[in-house]
Design a protein around this ligand. Sequence first.
Ligand SMILES: Nc1nc2c(ncn2[C@@H]2O[C@H](COP(=O)(O)OP(=O)(O)O)[C@@H](O)[C@H]2O)c(=O)[nH]1
Ligand SMILES: [Mg+2]
Ligand SMILES: [Zn+2]
Length: 314
Amino acid sequence: MEKQLKQGRIIKGIGGFYTVLMQDGSSCICKARGLFRKQGVTPLIGDEVEIELNSSQSRMDGRAADEAAASGYLVRILPRRNELIRPAVSNIDRLFVVIAASRPQPDLLLIDKLLLLCEKYSIDPVIIINKCDEAAAEDIENLKAEYKKTEYPLFTVSAETGEGLTLLKEMLQGAVICLAGQSAVGKSSLLNALIPGIKLAVGGLSEKTERGRHTTRHTELIPLPETGGAVLDTPGFSFLDTLELDEAEIRLLYPELRGLEVNCRFNGCLHITEPGCCVKKNLNGEDAPIHRNRYERYVRLVNEAIERRKHRYD
Ligand SMILES: Nc1nc2c(ncn2[C@@H]2O[C@H](COP(=O)(O)OP(=O)(O)O)[C@@H](O)[C@H]2O)c(=O)[nH]1
Ligand SMILES: [Mg+2]
Ligand SMILES: [Zn+2]
């Protein structure tokens, strides 16, 4: 019988079976060809793939496909735009970096690291300050000021009252997105407010007792047919633990610092202890190239990287 080749995206993978979402919204369970193992390639959630279907009967809606045996094979993985390790996913377009305006108290070092990750892996960051309903206007302004010079898109919202969500919704269009940020900043609440019907568990309630709610045990891409994109639901985002950048690279991943070293005395100036540094000279002015607090966290990350390098051969 004639084999059909179709294109889709892996949205789930359990025990060697991959759920592939096709362009028409149907899904199909596939196994990987032995070829991948031979080449040492593991299919990832997010991969755009070509699959070979066995028969026209093998395509069905998602739930029925879940229960059926494999009905096709992955034959090719299209080139990945990026790939992360924990969670093991590929082709993330956008990372929603979520901060709570006041509680839990913002961990901006974590936010900076997430932004570095985005720069390194060519993921577009979107900074979201949530819980604006319960914060003082001044606190919100101070947070915004820290990231103004990055020029990253920044939204001040409330998942609770709906404030700011209409604008934010546009960032979902046509993109595979992922959310990251401290626990309890409102990531699940935001998705619930942005995406009708998604019903993620909120508020640290035990996911096991929350019957009828969506529970997160495996990393999975949830397709969003209305936007043409998808959102990654993952039990954890620990990829940062493995992000060990060296100091020269860190500097290049700060959009505010990029290109400034041409005005410093030394080529490759890290803007920390070097004499004749244009960044340090202007740190306190109205027109500082980078926010003072973010600069101080930058210095800390650079110093940590230098220490790590020194001890690498211990
Ligand atoms: N006041 C207020 N509370 C919120 C808002 N968004 C989330 N919360 C609450 O913050 C808690 C943690 O939210 P959750 O979505 O589970 O956070 P996650 O751990 O980041 O997924 C819950 O009690 C939510 O009801 C908001 O915009 N305003
Ligand atoms: Mg959550
Ligand atoms: Zn400098």
